[in-house]
Design a protein around this ligand. Structure first.
Ligand code: NAD
Length: 333
């Protein structure tokens, strides 16, 4: 039995975590949940944005499943997501985007895994504002150590999963120092894995090629901000934010989370699609070595996605979040 920290989050987080935990119970997956929350709701109740009890639970269990947490725009508290990623050095943000027979999109053969550096760059939180001069500075801090770790992780993943190619997306032609640093780190990693093809592309060209000919890409590695944007672009290629998984992985802790936000526009209405969080939970099961349970649940999810009327509105169906979860349970073999 694995004990996992469960962070429901805000907005649709409550609905989608309930759907996933119901599916896990019905499938008798050997997981028990330790529920802890963070964010505005928690602050309103307890006066703490990230309660110590949550940190204790994470440090004990080392694995968590997390719903989306609302982050105020422009003011207010710093992103809880970014804080946890930096505190525990969860330097890999791993985002697979794969075509699915049940989800009709403009493209058919996409199978991309994106590695986004998760702790540095423009997310470092190094910002200053000079009111007198009217100048805001946001520091794009990239380190040799951080770049080496994320580039090596992307190549190691490619080698382990029989992938053919790693593409680095960068802007070293303009952001010469930080960009070149990442490019050099990637060349070093590529030399360690000669069986994997390596290429680099400038980020603007990369965006064009991703919408034009996405099937040419296999594993992508990039910086924090470029990765944030590219990973949503890749999600859009295979059906949108409601269907793709995400994981924040460090050397000794991992937090699996749906890549979408708290969707305040549909929260509490039973409209949220739990697929993204369920897929993240399946990544978590593989991480725990529970491959059989992950495969069984994935087959049930894929079967449900083929039954359009059992899907949620974002996929063209009419089902509620809980009806979708029940359909996955009914499809368990
Ligand atoms: P969002 O992902 O919450 O919503 C974008 C659009 O996608 C909305 O129309 C929403 O209804 C839809 N959508 C998202 N998830 C869906 C699902 N599972 N099923 C069906 N439709 C879904 O993005 P946003 O509106 O830019 O952000 C809202 C809040 O979420 C912000 O406070 C943001 O900071 C936060 N956020 C958190 C995380 C995280 O916790 N990892 C990630 C992204 C955004």
């Amino acid at each position: 039995m694995h004990t996992i920290t469960l962070i429901p989050g805000d907005g649709i987080g409550l609905e989608i975590t309930k759907a996933v935990t119901d599916i896990f119970s019905a499938a008798q997956v050997p997981v028990q949940w330790e529920k802890q929350n963070a964010g505005q709701t928690t602050f309103d109740q307890s006066g703490e944005l990230i309660p110590q009890a949550l940190l204790d639970s994470l440090e004990k269990n080392r694995v968590a499943l997390k719903g989306p947490i609302t982050t105020p725009v422009g003011k207010g508290f710093r992103s809880i997501n970014v804080s946890l990623r930096q505190k525990y050095d969860l330097y890999q943000n791993v985002r697979p985007s794969k075509s699915n027979a049940g989800i009709v999109t403009r493209y058919e053969d996409i199978d991309i895994v994106l590695f986004r550096e998760n702790t540095e760059g423009l997310y470092s939180g190094l910002e200053t504002w000079d009111e007198r001069l009217g100048i805001a500075d946001s520091t794009n801090r990239i380190t040799v150590a951080g770049s080496r770790k994320i580039c090596r992780a992307a190549f190691a993943y490619a080698a382990k999963h029989n992938r053919k190619k790693v593409t680095l997306a960068h802007k070293a032609n303009i952001i010469k120092m930080a960009g070149t640093l990442m490019l050099n780190a990637c060349k070093e990693a590529a030399a360690e894995f000669p069986q994997i093809q390596f290429e680099d592309k400038i980020i603007d060209n990369m965006c064009m090629q991703l919408v034009n000919k996405p099937e040419q890409f296999d594993v992508i590695v990039t910086t924090n901000l470029f990765g944030d944007i590219l990973s949503d672009l890749c999600a859009g290629l295979v059906g949108g934010l409601g269907v793709v998984a995400g994981a924040n992985i460090g050397d000794d802790m991992a937090i699996f989370e749906a890549v979408h936000g708290s969707a305040p526009d549909i929260a509490g209405q039973g409209k949220a699609n739990p697929t993204a969080l369920l897929r993240s939970a399946l990544m978590m099961l593989h991480h725990l070595g529970e491959h059989g349970h992950a495969d069984r649940l994935e087959a049930a999810l894929d079967a449900t996605l083929l039954q359009k009327e059992k899907c949620t509105g974002d996929l063209g169906g009419k089902a509620s979040t809980s009806e979708f979860a029940q359909a996955v349970i009914d499809n368990l073999k």
